[in-house]
Design a protein. Structure first.
Length: 145
């Protein structure tokens, strides 16, 4: 892949990161007027960042070992799950709290942390490793303070 293509992918990622910050800065004022629009703007801006990161991965994967690093592996797995909508966990928290009923229903709730196990699939298409969510999960309750 040419250097210009990689530079363009980095530039696009930087731009989408800025757009996410702008959506975040406008969130409170737009939320007062149109909750759904404000929440969807944030969620779409987040997804756009993940897509831009995945584009960078696509054009530079021969030059950087993305799956040798936990943070980049997680971003790729998260993007793929959201992109393919193949896991029920991937719904926005703001949507759950504000667009699916009264957020006060969650007052005093004990939150669960879910630990998902990753499984590296060999061989993946085109000879690349691929992370997949496994169905095994353990939960632990976070004590209320």
């Amino acid at each position: 892949m040419s250097l210009a293509v990689v530079e363009n992918a980095i530039s696009n990622l930087a731009n989408y990161m800025r757009l996410y910050v702008e959506a975040h800065m406008r969130f409170a004022s737009l939320f007062d007027v149109d909750r759904e629009e404000a929440i969807h703007n944030m969620e779409r801006a987040f997804e756009a960042k993940l897509e831009a990161f995945h584009t960078l991965y696509d054009v530079s994967k021969d030059h950087f070992p993305y799956f040798d690093h936990g943070d980049t592996s997680t971003l790729i797995a998260l993007r793929n799950a959201i992109h393919h909508r193949d896991h029920p966990l991937f719904q926005g928290l703001l949507s759950d709290l504000w667009l699916r009923g009264d957020p006060n229903q969650w007052n005093g709730a004990t939150y669960l942390l879910l630990r998902l196990k990753f499984q590296v699939q060999h061989p993946a298409p085109a000879g690349h490793r691929m992370l997949r969510w496994t169905d095994e999960a353990s939960t632990e309750v976070v004590p209320e303070i």
